[in-house]
Ligand binder design. Structure first.
Ligand code: ADP
Ligand code: MG
Ligand code: MG
Length: 883
């Protein structure tokens, strides 16, 4: 088998299309070589070799040694140098490079091949002893750290001691002899730590570094990064062995990084930094302050140090043209690493640059305008989930700010919500439609579901790269980390900060862009939805077939949804209207009633509120379809549970405390998820659904009569399992509707349908379709009932399933396309067979998840419905699914 692919000398064995085999870095080095760009020659050991290595008890493939030898010989031929040769030594870098770029996650070793003898050869060849020793000490330090697992700071301390002794402050202040002294101490330290000398044999060094790169695929950083970005462990990493070029050979040498456009705002201007007389990581390491690439950028920054354009104009001109070639060739913004050795330019890496959502939009829209890519390609270029970063409100700068603490601005956006202290509570509250801020000492992977459920996250400990910060940014959640003044007393359910106390349930606000934590809910400004955003969304809308609706019941949510381009409401959960303070008393009275007469009397009190809610919603939606789900949760959810709560409610409402408690106990269910809920309420207490249907139609008639666009109510019955159930509910709905329309003298269209959330409903969809004009797949419950897993309890064991590879993803976040997906396919087919024009949609969490939306496109659903803030994400994902 072939494990090694060469590049350099104006050609290559591989190309950019071979990322899976050669890794991103190796494939692009090959591509650049073949384009005739100046790339130091080298070879790539394939990702398959890494996979083989791990599958065979960390043994290299048998043919590898021979193929590496051939690869080295080729580099030697092109460079005219010899690996391990004392007089004319070839030095190489050993670089990791997986399929997906994992910046900084894995290890690289530079200057490999140096030892006590070759360093003298390098000194003679270059005529620069200082350079040779500088390279050697870098190599010892890097190799010791990456391959021999010695602590970095041990070497830093030795170097600092020398600097103190010599009274110099920058590395460039050390002479050749100074470096020689440092090297002596470095080697002594290595021998001291390991009980054996620093390896002098070049071959031993090479294989040590290859092994370390493979090992770095399994280090904790890399594992964590993979989990965050859904990168499978099975991919493995490639290893690139490449002849060294030296940016540290004096003032005509340099090293740098560049983006062809600005990665934070997308401006079409070369962006980057470089350092004269430096090597590799110096630019990012922050030891010296890097200089600008262009004169314009230098002037803008007010820097005094000359830009690359000014310091080395000829190389810069060549560099600029290479960079333009690369962007044109790859048809995307490039992230580039380069080195200049004594006035000669070398390209060391190129890849499609990572960028903020804002930059992604601008680059995509600009490139389409420049004619580099098509509009469809532009639509495909923006990661739908990343729009989240742009869609969050910010605090109105004129609002009063009661700042209670300041932490680190870990993830942008502002969020208001109730304080919760643990992730399960966050998830529960969010499922009940509440906005919460999760407040934790620090977060761990066990908190992912809580962070996902929360609008914002505060941690008392941890920095900008803490778990909380990294995960929050990935999810687009606002986050303030390291708010050290916040003292959390989780057991007591409160935190104290600067002499004030905040309890669970109190409202606070965080500004993830400034790090501020504020009491209360200051006024927010909605995000800008114009410019590039509007342009790209317009293109997306031209492409997509799926309609996008929102899950909304409050006027605010409905307005937000429309602003974001929702084409209707896919799920209005009426129980949220029942919880409102002004009507919960009547709801409880209804639950406490001993008979139908009592229930009807209480329902009559609720009816006007319900009607007013619908009038408001229909008004906002201006004739767009609105799917209203009739009462769904078990009635006990409306009753107080603890004795304290019962007394408080009794005192406040004049209801009888003993009766309240008795009824709460009666209604208690062992397994409420599968209990007296959904349309089962409508079957046992038809008067509840009758009231709701009446309220919906009276509201619709009122709007129609006022001359405004007539609403299209879609009345939805939850948790239906049987055809007979659906027929009963259909008849109930039609009977009430007919009465209302006659009373009102209005001819109005409405439809009746069901949520599909039980496997039986999916299997018998044909029976349901006889009386249902639409299905909405309630995939939250359908996932629960298909797996027999309760979403509220899954947190305790789901991580083990994900860790063990049994679940690839949380099925409540991304639809289980095989199992739950099969039920959806079956239901769609059987539903359409019985009623060809049955309207099909999906509501619930999955309606806003791009992978799930792609699935909905393949099944041919009519629409997806998601939370208001995810509407643009869904619009873009739907467009990409249709491309
Ligand atoms: P990462 O994936 O972490 O960016 P790289 O393999 O790209 O690691 O190496 C880091 C840096 O080392 C590069 O940016 C480059 O400056 C330097 N480097 C790597 N290989 C060579 C080489 N052959 N010659 C000179 N510098 C190199
Ligand atoms: Mg790199
Ligand atoms: Mg449900």
């Amino acid at each position: 088998a072939r494990w090694v692919y060469a590049f350099g000398g104006g050609g290559a064995d591989g190309d950019a299309s071979m990322k899976n085999l050669l890794g991103g870095k190796g494939a692009n080095l090959a591509e650049m070589s073949a384009l005739g760009l100046p790339v130091p020659p080298g070879f790539t050991i394939t990702t398959e070799a890494c996979v083989h290595y791990y599958a065979n008890g960390k043994q290299y493939p048998a043919e590898l040694a021979e193929q590496v030898k051939t690869g080295l010989a080729k580099i030697e031929e092109i460079t005219g140098k010899t690996f391990g040769d004392v007089a004319n030594p070839l030095l190489v870098s050993v670089r990791s490079g997986a399929r997906a770029s994992m910046p900084g996650m894995m290890d690289t070793v530079l200057n490999l091949g140096l030892n006590d003898e070759t360093v003298e050869g390098l000194a003679k060849l270059s005529g620069d002893r200082r350079f040779a020793y500088d390279s050697y000490r870098r190599f010892i330090q890097m190799y010791s750290n990456v391959v021999l697992n010695l602590e970095h700071h041990m070497f830093e301390e030795i170097l600092d001691d020398h600097k103190d002794r010599l009274d110099v402050h920058v590395d460039t202040g050390l002479t050749a002899d100074d470096w020689a002294a440092v090297i002596k101490d470095y080697k002594a330290a290595v021998r001291d730590q390991l009980g054996k000398p620093f390896p002098q044999d070049a071959q031993e060094q090479l294989w040590g570094a290859v092994g370390a790169v493979f090992a770095s695929w399994m280090n904790d950083r890399a594992k964590f990064y993979r989990r965050m970005h859904d990168i499978p462990e099975s991919w493995g990493t490639a290893v690139n062995v490449q002849s060294m070029v030296f940016g540290n050979m004096g003032d005509t040498s340099a090293t740098g990084v560049a983006f062809t456009r600005n990665p934070s705002n997308g401006d079409n201007r070369l962006y980057g930094e470089f350092l004269i007389n430096a090597q590799g990581e110096d630019v990012v390491a922050g030891i010296r302050t890097p200089q600008s690439l262009t004169k314009a950028a230098r002037e803008e920054m007010g820097d005094t140090a000359p830009s690359m354009e000014e310091a080395m104009p000829e190389v810069f001109a060549q560099f600029k043209s290479v960079v333009e070639t690369l962007e044109r060739h790859y048809r995307d913004m490039q992230d580039i690493e380069f080195t200049v050795e004594q006035g000669k330019l070398y390209m060391l890496q190129t890849r499609n640059g990572k960028r903020t959502a804002k930059a992604a939009l601008k680059v995509a829209v600009d490139m389409a305008a420049e004619g580099v890519i098509s509009k469809e390609e532009a639509v495909g270029r923006v990661e739908p989930a990343s729009l989240d970063q742009l869609l969050h409100p910010t605090i109105d700068p004129t609002a009063h700010r009661d700042v209670i603490a300041v932490g680190l601005p870990a993830s942008p956006g502002a969020a208001t919500g109730k304080i919760v202290f643990d992730s399960d509570a966050a998830e529960k509250a969010a499922a009940a439609g509440e906005a919460v801020i999760l407040v934790r000492e620090e977060t761990s992977p066990e908190d992912i579901h809580g962070m996902h459920a929360a609008r914002g996250i505060i941690t008392a400990r941890g920095g900008m790269t803490s778990h909380a910060a990294v995960v929050a940014r990935g999810m687009g959640r606002a986050c303030v980390s390291g708010a050290g003044d916040v003292a959390i007393f989780e057991k007591e359910g409160l935190f104290r900060v600067r002499g004030r106390e905040f309890k669970a349930g109190e409202i606070i606000t965080i500004d993830g862009s400034t790090g501020e934590i504020l009491a209360g809910a200051p006024k927010m400004i909605e995000p800008e939805l114009t410019g590039d955003f509007a342009t790209l969304m317009g293109w997306a809308d031209q492409v997509r077939r799926l309609k996008v609706r929102a899950n909304a019941e409050t006027p605010l949510d409905a307005k937000t949804a429309r602003q974001f381009g929702a084409e209707g409401i896919g799920l209005c959960r009426t129980e949220h209207m029942f919880f409102d303070d002004t009507r919960i008393a009547a709801v409880r009275e209804m639950i406490l009633a001993d008979d139908e007469k009592g229930r009807r009397a209480a329902l009559a009190k609720i009816a006007p509120f319900q009607k007013a809610d619908f009038v408001e919603l229909f008004t906002i939606m201006e004739g767009l379809p609105v799917t209203i789900r009739l009462l769904d949760p078990p009635l006990h959810e409306f009753l107080p549970h603890t004795e304290e709560d019962v007394e408080a409610v009794a005192a406040a409402t004049g209801l009888d405390a003993a009766k309240l408690l008795r009824r709460a106990k009666e209604l208690h269910e062992t397994n409420p998820m599968l209990g007296h809920r959904g349309c089962r309420l409508g079957v046992s207490y038809p008067e509840i659904y009758e009231m709701q249907v009446r309220a919906i139609l009276e509201a619709a008639c009122e709007i129609a009569k006022s001359g405004k666009a007539a609403p299209v109510p879609e009345i939805m019955h939850p948790l239906v399992a049987k055809g007979e159930e659906m027929k009963y509910l259909r008849d109930l709905t039609d009977r009430v509707a007919k009465a209302v329309l006659e009373e009102q003298g209005v001819d109005l269209k409405y439809t009746v349908g069901t949520m599909i959330e039980l496997p039986r409903a999916a299997l018998r969809a044909g029976d349901l379709a006889a009386n249902a004009e639409f299905f909405s797949f309630g995939t939250n419950d359908l996932t629960q009932t298909t797996f027999g897993i309760s979403r509220d309890d899954a947190g305790k064991f789901l991580n083990a399933y994900i860790d063990k590879g049994i679940f690839e993803k949380d099925p409540f976040v991304s639809l289980d396309q095989d199992g739950v997906g099969d039920l959806i396919r079956i239901a769609a087919d059987r539903g359409r067979a019985a009623r060809p024009d049955v309207k099909l949609g999906i509501c619930g969490e999955h309606g806003g998840d791009p992978a799930s939306i792609a699935f909905c496109e393949t099944v041919g659903l009519d629409y997806v419905s998601c939370s208001p803030y995810r509407v643009p994400i869904a619009r873009l994902a739907a467009a990409q699914a249709a491309l």
